[in-house]
Design a protein around this ligand. Structure first.
Ligand code: HEC
Length: 313
């Protein structure tokens, strides 16, 4: 009976086994576990080797230097422009004309010429030529006070006529009046021209603004300042690498050099120097024996490391 049962189950297995060929999906039932292991293995391999696998693809765009990537502000001096009365300043007075002449001769005549003919030495090679104020033709902004004011505020940058927007409005009016003496027929501004001029540049309000320094510029300053410090640092390290009379007093060259950089840039005197060291010499890379030197030796030590370097800074 037992034998029979065993035989039956054997036959059963044989039958199942044969079924594998008629119904191959059954094969998966036996092998899916191995597939699973292989797939998981491939997955792990892929994740671990992502860098190499992706080598030939285009790298993503990464902004490495986000500080420089931002649009920087421009350099500007602090301005303090007093409020002015446009209507009053639009009348030439002897005082304004005199100021205007002085301003013209220092700032404009090099290009526009002393007699306003556009033949100043600096203007000779310019193209277009500086405006000839004695002629009516070819003006871009125009010959009215308000139009010349715009020229001076904004410049005509593409042709090299500079902007004078940092200049006090009263001085601008003065030079405009002077320029307008070069020809007899300059057009007059209407009340509304003057009103518009006032409104455009807020001349009756005056202006006060803080100076600004571009981040990139200030960063260079910081970097330069630090590179100056690192020059001092490496100079000291070099000095310490040689045999100095004080080698036995220095227990850490790096610490001592780092401390000296600050001492030197702060221009500490001898008393200040030893007052700081006194508390914890080891912290500054020095042996505690430094505190037991006599006055003369202390002075020599200070001179050797500190005053010596002052000459370089
Ligand atoms: C570096 C040379 C240079 C200096 C300095 C200079 N200018 Fe000019 N200026 C020019 C040039 C060049 C032009 C012609 C621009 C053009 O035709 O595009 C011009 C044009 C002008 C115009 C005519 C604008 C228009 O509407 O066509 C006026 C007004 C003027 N300048 C006034 C002045 C005054 C006032 C000063 C001094 C505060 C001055 N310039 C200083 C080069 C200069």
């Amino acid at each position: 009976m037992k034998d029979r049962l065993k035989r039956i189950s054997e036959i059963q297995e044989e039958i199942n086994f044969k079924e594998l060929f008629t119904n191959p999906a059954r094969l998966f039932g036996y092998t899916y576990f191995y597939f699973l292991i292989v797939l998981v293995g491939l997955g792990i391999y892929f994740v671990q080797h992502l860098n190499e696998i992706n080598k030939n693809t285009i790298p993503p765009f990464v902004v490495t230097d986000s500080l420089n990537a931002k649009k920087d502000i421009s350099f500007a001096l602090p301005v303090e422009i007093p409020p002015v009365d446009v209507f009053k300043l639009s009348e030439p007075t002897p005082d304004l004309l005199e100021k205007g002449k002085a301003f013209y001769n220092t700032n404009c005549s090099s290009c526009h010429g002393e007699t306003g003919k556009g033949d100043g030495p600096a203007g000779l090679v310019m193209n277009p030529k500086p405006r000839n104020f004695t002629l009516k033709d070819g003006w871009i902004n125009g010959r009215k006070i308000s139009e010349i004011y715009k020229t001076l505020q904004e410049g005509i940058l593409k042709s090299g006529m500079p902007a004078y927007n940092h200049v006090n409005p009263e001085e601008l009016f003065a030079v405009i009046h002077y320029v307008r003496t070069f020809a007899p027929d300059f057009p007059k501004d209407t009340q509304s021209d003057l009103q518009a001029l006032n409104d455009t540049y807020k001349l009756s309000q005056g202006k006060k603004s803080a100076g600004q320094i571009p981040t990139s510029k200030s960063l260079t300053l910081i970097v330069n300042e630090n590179s100056e410090k690192s020059l001092i640092y490496y100079g000291i390290i070099e000095l310490l690498n040689q045999t100095t009379p004080y080698n036995s007093l220095i227990i850490s060259k790096e610490k001592f050099a780092g401390f000296l950089v600050n001492v030197i840039t702060a221009k500490m005197n001898e008393t200040e120097f030893f007052n700081i060291i006194k508390i914890n010499p080891v912290h500054y890379g020095l042996s505690p024996r430094i505190n037991f030197l006599n006055e003369q030796d202390k002075k020599n030590f200070y001179d050797y490391f500190v005053s010596y370097n002052y000459k370089k800074v």
